[in-house]
Design a protein around this ligand. Structure first.
Ligand code: C2E
Ligand code: MG
Ligand code: MG
Ligand code: MG
Length: 275
């Protein structure tokens, strides 16, 4: 019976976590039924070419100011939204906002980098997605080439057929396709050549480990070369300091997304970089 106290403690913790999940799921429903997407906003994080500091692209990242729980990380609420396929509508809200923002930037600035958006796993079970997306960019008056779609390695590997078919079609329409979080999920290495891709994004963990272990650095270098051989553009995620950047110095053409250059920021702050 003394042992049971431990279980009770774990049960309480799980109960709290479950309660939080339900709370988040419930509030999401509310947010999405509200046309303005109250509490939701987009941040943008530039991807930089280290040789000259040029901004080559920007990733749109969702932020949610929850009325009771405070600012929630997408790393927490996206997986919850994915379970009930609410992430489908969340993704689409993000895409609409991003497309309108790109259109606005293109009116004001001569050079606007490509903007990438993240796709959640359930999106690949929605047969209308490609048509919807095509209509979305058209109604904003921008070309598909202005938008890059990020799909994680895990999504790609767990829904291979859906992803290959849908991304193939989207790529034909002119959208750029990027494989996100490469090296963290089920390894996509063996199938890399079969996927309709323009870009590889190497997960932040590689950068972290490469700065601590020469063998991890060698692994990073090998992946970079592989991507270059496959004619994919390359983004290294999570570069936080000069020392990490220096490690990439002889790696050939790539871009870097990380706190060292820019943190994710509101659109208004991006204006200052584009102007
Ligand atoms: P991700 O797509 O891999 O996005 C990169 C994440 O790394 C972002 O976290 C970004 O803020 C963070 N990051 C960038 N540079 C650094 C760095 O130098 N150091 C550290 N420690 N972190 C860095 P964020 O914004 O919290 O997003 C987390 C994840 O949530 C994203 O990972 C993505 O998988 C998902 N997500 C974000 N927005 C959306 C969205 O609109 N739709 C969907 N489906 N997923 C989203
Ligand atoms: Mg991403
Ligand atoms: Mg990533
Ligand atoms: Mg990630």
């Amino acid at each position: 019976r003394a042992g049971r106290n431990r279980f009770q403690f774990v049960d309480q913790r799980q109960h709290d976590l479950h309660h939080r999940e339900l709370q988040i799921e419930h509030s999401l429903q509310h947010v999405l039924s509200n046309e303005l997407g109250e509490g939701l906003s987009l941040y943008y994080q530039p991807q930089v070419r280290p040789t000259d500091g040029k901004i080559m692209a920007m990733e749109a990242l969702l932020r949610w100011q929850h009325p009771k729980l405070g600012t929630l990380s997408p790393a927490e609420f996206i997986p919850i939204a994915e379970q009930s396929a609410q992430s489908v509508r969340l993704d689409r809200w993000v895409i609409e906002q991003a497309c309108m923002q790109v259109a606005q930037w293109r009116e004001r600035y001569s050079q606007v980098p490509v903007v990438s958006v993240n796709l959640s796993a359930p999106q690949f079970r929605e047969p209308d997605f490609a048509d919807w997306l095509q209509a979305c960019v058209a109604s904003c008056g921008i070309k598909p080439e202005c938008i890059k779609l990020e799909v994680t390695e895990t999504t790609m590997m767990t829904q291979k057929n859906n992803c290959v078919a849908m991304l193939g079609r989207l790529r034909e329409l002119g959208f750029k396709i990027s494989l996100d979080d490469f090296g963290t999920g089920y390894s996509a290495l063996a199938c890399l050549h079969q996927f309709p891709l323009d870009e590889l994004k190497i997960d932040r963990n590689f950068m972290v480990e490469a700065s601590q272990d020469p063998r991890a650095l060698l692994l990073l270098k090998t992946i970079v070369h592989l991507a270059q051989e496959l004619s994919l553009t390359l983004v290294v995620e999570g570069v936080e300091d000069q020392a990490q950047l220096n490690l990439l110095a002889n790696f050939g053409p790539l871009t870097v997304q990380g706190y060292y250059y820019y943190r994710p920021m509101p659109a208004a702050d991006i204006n200052k970089l584009l102007g």
